[in-house]
Ligand binder design. Structure first.
Ligand code: UD1
Length: 419
């Protein structure tokens, strides 16, 4: 099994190019099932989850031609598709459930394995299923699979999501693009990746309009058109490297990130003492020895993202006093705290709150990654620790970070992948 070896204690300096967003690419790839026409996608990140989604699409019969660098592809779903997403492909990636909406929309039926993904909470799909049933879907769960059908086709409906859910909003928006009549969904998640999905759907012929901050109106269509789409940048990757610059007291220019989309993260970093200079599509981040303690609440966009919670915790471990993180999205997302404590951090958790003592001088250690964002927080801590750290189980990391060791090497980190 591959590991990362990190020799920490170096200030990182230089430029990092941000890849396309994993969490925008996944629903967009799933949504290609809607159309018979050619679709050309660019700026896909080269990460394991995207490979898994492409394999899932190939397994149902999609015709996919990847470019040599695997960052763009041409996809066409004009042949007969197998409306079945098997456990072996969905188990590692929760976003596998996103094929349910488009399969039902176009073919009125689907069999999809209950999803896997990070072990950061129970992560049910009840909202996806309950809301799909309001569009006319009947389903049963048998042996770990969702068997769903809508004999008369999907019918537009007015739905208020009981809770803000990224995945459920995506599945329902994709499904409603082909439903008979009009749908109005309120209390939608409005993450930039969802805005990107809607932009993509409209580009291929859907009729979707945002009519309120969290309300979307969808006029069902039956036909789509050929088009091209360039995926938005990965705001979580951008945030992670911004924290890497801050934690190593370095100076990094983050290329390809729109500051307007990550306003909350930028404001927070500035507030705790990190220097940030904004340019068009670039952000310079300059670290500081003096990080101030603070309180953070993770929340749906535009709140502070849960996907950056583990990374910011590493930086707050170096702050000059007690910080508190209140994790409001997932109930089991503090598994990294134990490993950070083994590196010298002083973090206690109680329920969904983490109390971070601060003034930590990280020590190198051999570490175990537990989920995608937890793995990257260990890389950040290892970059800040003097000496050699080893991070095991980096397959979690490869699910969502494109060539992380290459990008970090480019800014001066001593980091190697070993088998
Ligand atoms: C997506 C992101 C993930 C991010 C999360 C929150 C992708 C591929 N993944 O995950 O990186 O951490 O948003 O920003 O985009 N819930 C239910 N029932 C449901 C659905 C969700 O109870 O049917 C709960 C979840 O357990 C969680 C909360 O709602 O507590 C939010 O989850 P959701 O926004 O749906 O996250 P994902 O779409 O799974």
């Amino acid at each position: 099994m591959q590991k990362l070896e990190v020799f920490g204690g170096k200030k990182l300096k230089g430029q990092i190019n941000i890849s396309g967003s994993k969490n925008a690419s996944l629903p967009i790839l799933a949504a290609t099932i809607l159309s018979k026409k050619k679709i050309y996608l660019s700026n896909l990140p080269r990460v394991k989850d995207i490979e898994t989604m492409i394999n899932l699409l190939k397994s149902i019969g999609s015709n996919i031609k990847l470019t040599k660098n695997k960052k763009s592809l041409l996809i066409q779903n004009d042949k007969k598709l197998k409306l079945y997403a098997p456990y072996k492909l969905v188990k590692t990636m929760r976003a596998g459930i996103l094929v349910l909406g488009p399969m039902l929309a176009r073919f009125n039926r689907a069999i999809v394995s209950l999803p896997g993904g990070c072990s950061i909470g129970t992560r049910p799909i009840d909202i996806h299923l309950n809301c799909l049933s309001k569009l006319g879907v009947k389903y049963k769960i048998l042996d770990g699979y969702v068997y769903a059908s809508a004999k008369k086709g999907l019918i537009g409906a007015r739905i208020k999501f009981p809770k803000v859910s990224v995945g459920a909003t995506e599945n329902l928006i994709i499904a409603a693009t082909m439903a008979k009549g009009i749908s109005v969904f309120s209390n939608c998640a409005i993450e930039p990746e969802i805005k990107d999905l809607v932009k993509f759907l409209n580009k291929i012929g859907a009729k979707i309009k945002w009519i309120g901050k969290r309300t979307v109106k969808i006029y069902g269509v039956r036909e789509f058109k050929e088009n091209k789409f360039n995926i938005i940048f990965d705001r979580i990757e951008a945030g992670t490297y911004m924290i890497a610059a801050a934690i190593t007291n370095g100076n990094i220019l983050i290329n390809g990130a729109d500051h307007k989309i990550i306003k909350t993260e930028i404001e927070l970093l500035k507030k705790i003492g990190v220097k940030i200079i904004i340019y068009k599509n670039k952000i310079r981040v300059i670290g500081s020895e003096n990080i101030k303690n603070t309180k953070i609440l993770t929340a749906p966009y535009p709140g502070f993202p849960t996907d950056l919670q583990a990374q910011i915790m590493v930086l707050l471990s170096k702050a000059n006093g007690l910080s508190i993180i209140n994790e409001k999205i997932f109930e089991n997302r503090f598994m990294h705290c134990g490993e950070l404590n083994r590196m010298g951090a002083k973090i206690k958790t109680k329920g969904n709150k983490a109390y971070i003592q601060g003034n930590t001088k990280f020590k190198s250690a051999e570490l175990m990654a537990t989920d995608l964002r937890a793995s990257v927080c260990l890389v950040l801590a290892a970059l800040a620790a003097k000496g050699k750290s080893k991070i095991n189980r980096i397959y979690h990391l490869d699910r969502g970070y494109e060539q992380i060791e290459k990008k970090l090497k480019k800014v001066g980190a001593k980091i190697n992948r070993i088998s």
